[in-house]
Ligand binder design. Structure first.
Ligand SMILES: CSC[C@@H](O)[C@@H](O)C(=O)COP(=O)(O)O
Length: 368
């Protein structure tokens, strides 16, 4: 997508042909800073500290992390260690495991001399495929949006609620949930997006608002608890979110708070769609609540809020008493029964085992 007229992906190979460029997402929206990754450790840190985040981008960064690690050591034992280091960074997004598995399957049978160039080719392929997948998600989602817009009599705006950031910053390009929004906007449908701020890290306020603003999409930031009220008053035509892991039975694990939005949507007959690329499906699991590991992050993210202070500097302020504790559950699971449809690169599936099997047949994207 373009930033001030310049096309960017969220991750790319630098002109030197080996180091990797990323946008430091912890600095947005106040500062646009590009970082250069040169080692496996850089890539692992970028994922863990969330300089890069969003399930597909985490996978792409892990793939390039292996390329960088192989530059130092091409042996089998080193490859094992790299995989373990990267897998330990974040537990919930299945794309991380999927990308590492894809790299290992390709690299282990090769001679050590062949591994570095093969790894770079595969990482580039993972990135290019992600872009194509997300563009296709946008095309299928656009048709869903068009139907809802026509059913509304094409009056006013098409009001869409989204949670967290599932835009191009969360993928290599286009995004998942935001891809149909960009395509609808470009096709002339007057979309307006309600953006959940998404505490504690505020990906909605910091990243989704920034992305939508740069593309000229009309949007309004809301605090996380407003969605139910808006839905009760007919101010939301549909909800759409991304997902970090979708089970074979269609349960959806996404940024914490997604479940509450899906409950409110069900109670108010508002369609609740989830957009996802095939590599986000975990074919090993069916019961998302029971099986999916939920990341628990440092309470610091809950205790403090980051933003621009009155002097124009980015700073943090503490919001709770020194003696109080906090808990930071990063994801929750929305059961399939609350999901109207899964918008994938292969079309729209019912959120069920049968629905996903109809689109994907054999489990083509295995993670572990
Ligand atoms: C296309 S991204 C889908 C999800 O990864 C996204 O909705 C999300 O929850 C991201 O969480 P984050 O903790 O910012 O990595």
């Amino acid at each position: 997508m373009k930033i001030d007229g310049i096309p960017y992906r969220s991750i790319w190979l630098k002109d030197d042909g080996w180091s990797v460029g990323i946008i430091d997402q912890t600095r947005l929206p106040h500062e646009f800073r590009i970082e250069r990754l040169t080692t496996l450790g850089d890539a692992a840190h970028a994922i863990k500290a969330m300089l890069v985040r969003g399930a597909p981008l985490i996978g792409a960064t892990a793939a390039y992390g292996i390329c960088l690690g192989l530059r130092a050591d091409t042996g089998d034992a080193a490859l094992e260690n790299m995989s373990e280091t990267l897998i330990a960074t974040r537990p919930t997004a299945v794309n991380l495991r999927w990308a590492i598995r894809a790299m290992r399957e390709l690299l282990l049978p090769l001679s050590e001399a062949e591994r570095v160039s093969a790894a770079y080719e595969k990482a580039a392929q993972i990135c290019d495929e992600d872009v194509a997948i997300n563009s296709a998600i946008g095309d299928h989602g656009l048709e869903v949006f068009r139907q809802i817009w026509e059913a509304k009599g094409k009056t006013g705006k098409l009001n869409i609620l989204t949670h967290c950031n599932a835009g191009w910053l969360a993928t290599v390009d286009w995004g998942t949930a935001l891809s149909p929004i960009y395509k609808a906007h470009d096709a002339g449908i007057p979309v307006h997006v309600w953006v959940d701020e998404t505490r504690p890290r505020n990906q909605g306020a910091h990243l989704t608002c920034w992305e939508l603003g740069k593309h000229g999409v009309d949007h309004t930031l809301i605090v996380d608890n407003v969605g139910g009220h808006l839905m009760q008053h007919g101010l939301v035509d549909l909800c759409i979110t991304g997902t970090d892991r979708t089970t074979a039975a269609g349960d959806v694990c996404n940024k914490v708070g997604t479940y509450l939005k899906a409950l409110a949507a069900k109670d108010n007959n508002v369609p609740f769609y989830v957009a996802l690329p095939g590599p986000t499906i975990d074919w090993e699991f069916e019961d998302g609540v029971k099986d999916i590991p939920i990341e628990i992050r440092d309470g610091h993210e809950v205790d403090y809020i980051q933003g621009l202070d009155r002097t124009g500097a980015v700073s943090e302020v503490r919001i709770l008493p020194e003696e109080s504790g906090s808990a930071n559950y990063a994801f929750d699971v929305t059961p399939a029964r609350l999901v109207t449809g899964l918008i994938t690169e292969r079309g729209v599936a019912e959120a069920s085992k049968e629905g996903l099997a109809r689109l994907y047949g054999q489990s083509v994207y295995k993670a572990s």
